[in-house]
Ligand binder design. Structure first.
Ligand code: DP6
Length: 333
């Protein structure tokens, strides 16, 4: 009753910010993302009648640190997720979970997406549940909304739905469809003060939320068309528009949330300069100050170099489009 899964983080081209049902994690709008090749979580889950309680460990290179000491809230979310999986199986067996990220903790890459996707797939296999990709996506969503997008392959759409059964993600294109890059310019590696879950609870207090929601269907259609035609300029226009719109909502919530720093703005300005100089690159930013630079594979080296030369950029993580969550044979314990 032991299995290991690997799941990618994902970067949203159309963002998820706000829920119509907090408990079910039903989003206010559909979203579109790309899975990331170089930012992933590996998770081993084992269930046994012999385990007196759940234990959850985050593996680092040198030691195992228990969540209890560092991330109390994350541990509770993981145990709640194990309870969902146990309920499906009709068992009360406790679990041992060990999880490891390919990217440094707090690198500003959402670990909840890759983390809950990997946990869902590993636990479902360990419990020998027969579940479809759609069901895995629904289960992952209950752990963390964006995690449902890390289940299918490549370029992914999360249909908002109006019930738990209708809110799930599916693949639009496999990873090989378009040789895109997400070059993450890391300017801050400490964990954010306000996480996405609590941050988006106040989304409705922003006077700009309704305008953003009204614009989403048109933007979804534009992203789909840009993906279909592999049109980097069209893609860039729409994803920057939606990203800045989400940050306008965040900044006008009550209390306001500002994730952008001077370094973030400097990179945004640099991207605009590079673009006027003829480079096809655009930016997108999640709930943190780090900037994701989206470009085509042929421009990877020049953009990585330029980004790493900006003062304040501590690290560059280059990602290609990737497959979704999957089972692997090598366990972490
Ligand atoms: C800004 O999926 O972390 O990254 O469902 O509460 O776990 P919960 O939120 P989460 O939110 C991600 C928000 C975002 C935008 C996005 O990835 O679409």
């Amino acid at each position: 009753m032991k299995a290991t899964a690997i799941a990618p983080a994902n970067i949203a081209f159309i963002k998820y910010w706000g829920k119509k049902d907090e408990a079910l994690r039903l989003p206010l709008n559909s979203s579109i993302s790309m899975n990331l090749s170089n930012a992933y979580t590996t998770t081993t889950a084992e269930f046994s009648k012999a385990f007196p309680q759940d234990t959850i460990n985050v593996a680092s290179d040198t030691s195992f640190t228990t969540f209890t000491h560092v991330l109390k809230n994350s541990e509770l979310r993981i145990i709640a997720h194990l309870d969902r999986m146990r309920k499906l199986k009709g068992t009360d067996m406790r679990a041992r979970v060990v999880t490891k990220n390919s990217f440094p903790a707090g690198a500003g890459i959402a670990s909840s997406a890759s983390g809950f996707a990997a946990l869902t797939v590993a636990a479902a296999a360990a419990l020998d549940l027969s579940v479809s990709e759609k069901e895995l996506s629904i289960l992952a969503r209950l752990g963390s909304g964006s995690a449902c997008r890390s289940i299918p392959d490549g370029f992914v759409m999360w249909e908002e739905g109006n019930s738990s059964e209708t809110s799930y993600a599916h693949s639009l294109y496999p990873p090989g469809h378009w040789d895109l890059r997400d070059i993450v310019a890391v300017v801050q590696s400490k964990p954010k003060e306000v996480g996405s879950t609590s941050g988006m609870e106040a989304a409705r207090t922003s006077p700009f939320l309704e305008a953003r929601l009204a614009a989403i269907p048109g933007r979804i259609a534009r992203v789909k068309k840009a993906l279909e035609q592999k049109d980097i300029h069209a893609l860039g226009n729409v994803i920057e528009e939606d990203c800045l719109d989400m940050h306008a909502v965040m900044q006008s919530q009550k209390p306001p949330l500002n994730y952008l720093t001077d370094e973030t703005r400097e990179i945004i300005n640099a991207v605009r300069r590079w673009r006027s100089g003829g480079l096809a690159v655009c930016f997108t930013i999640d709930a943190g100050p780090n900037v994701h630079l989206i470009c085509e594979g042929k421009d990877e080296q020049v953009i990585s170099k330029k980004a790493s030369e900006i003062s304040g950029v501590q690290q560059i993580i280059v990602n290609k489009p990737a497959r979704g969550a999957r089972i692997v044979t090598e366990h972490l314990f």
